[in-house]
Design a protein around this ligand. Sequence first.
Ligand code: SAM
Ligand code: SF4
Length: 473
Amino acid sequence: MVTDVKELIEARSEPQRCEAALLSKVLVKSYGCQMNVYDATRMTDLLSREGYAETKIEEDADLVILNTCHIREKAAEKIYSELGKLAIAKRALNAQGRDMKIVVAGCVAQAEGEEVLKRQRAVDIVVGPQSYHRLPELLRQARDGARLADTDFAVEDKFRTLPAPNRAQIRARGVSAFVTVQEGCDKFCSFCVVPYTRGAEASRPVAEIIAETMRLVDAGVREITLIGQNVNAYLGPDGDGREASLAQLLDRLARIEGLARLRYTTSHPVDMAQELIDAHGANPKLMPYVHLPVQSGSDRILKAMNRKHGADAYLSIVERLRKARSDIALSSDFIVGFPGESDADFEATMALARAVGFASSFSFKYSPRPGTPAADRDDQIDETVKSERLAALQVLLDEQRQAYNAATVGREFDVLFEKAGRHEGQIGGKSPYMQAVHVEGQMELIGREARVKIIAAGSNSLGGRLMSEEAKA
Ligand code: SAM
Ligand code: SF4
């Protein structure tokens, strides 16, 4: 096994192999979580080596990949309606003597496998999140007329097979990048499909992550978000026969010169080690923002969800995070209308949200997923009740987000500028607390951090004034 960082970078620095001229075009549409966004970029890079240029225009595409999400029923159903439209487009192209291969990747592919091929004849390939590195071979077979489903949990390490992006590809994607460090889930929350679609928890080796990060930073990336289904369960081989925790990995990455900011998501409360909490006070590159899904504030529902912690344990983590870093911003995921959820259980969720005061949050109606224990319960909650509870929770969470944004007016902090703003002369970036910030400023600041004073707050973004035209060194 290659564990030395230099060796890894060199191993990945070979010139990109290109078997065909850049004649074919691929459109990758990604749905759902950040893991899918990351996988989509890796698929694009893999296919670029095979001679596919990226396109955003469906009519131009010779290959369309839907990188799907199975987390809620609506997300999965959306894929079939999208496939219906693609089937019509494919028939129209066929009538003109052209072809369009259609691939279904991601969690719907993993969960439904060959069913997708049966349900939609226009689909050529179904490929799961653990086998998409085999796409070139699958495409070769599809070009010979085969229709295939590969949803193996491959024995070979997909990350070792996938080619690294080149500098131009990295630069085109901006100054903030995701790096997958952990995949899969062993938690088996009773509502969730992830352990079935993404497999068991596995962590990438430290050296591999450092090499990937160095390559990104070398091409101009300034902010790295480490991602994983349960990123704080990270425990990766460090090359010395030991295993590094997420806090230790963050410490190693913080030493990379040129890297300004580190983030991680998504965390599970039971894996929120004190060492990681302390890192928020000790690691200056680690941003003061944590996404920590709680799902419910009721101990009874948390138990039924198999979350393995109660409301008090969650509040204790929040208290310790604020002790480590008093300005830390917190965000969360909530599910309302889990089977058996009473008015009192829902009120406990509202109380927990009031007690914490979140900077931002995502909230969903419980969606029964086939094959998960909660879907079989006979105390499902009426859709109207779910909608009422979701509306009430979202009013509270919106108020909290607006109050949080309003409280930043008058403060000064560094903003990492990422892109041109909506108006001429404006540039946009991110605060340490994950808020969008716009200022009047020069395009040269993009890719750099500069000090900003916040002068206005909206519900989704902040307006600021540059304290100096100079970027931070
Ligand atoms: N691993 C993370 C955790 O434990 O919090 C979450 C990952 S999951 C992909 C993202 C979010 O989707 C969850 O936090 C949960 O709120 C939501 N979710 C998952 N299954 C759901 C379901 N069956 N119905 C509604 N929301 C669901
Ligand atoms: Fe799903 Fe629970 Fe695993 Fe998160 S921890 S991915 S919610 S099973």
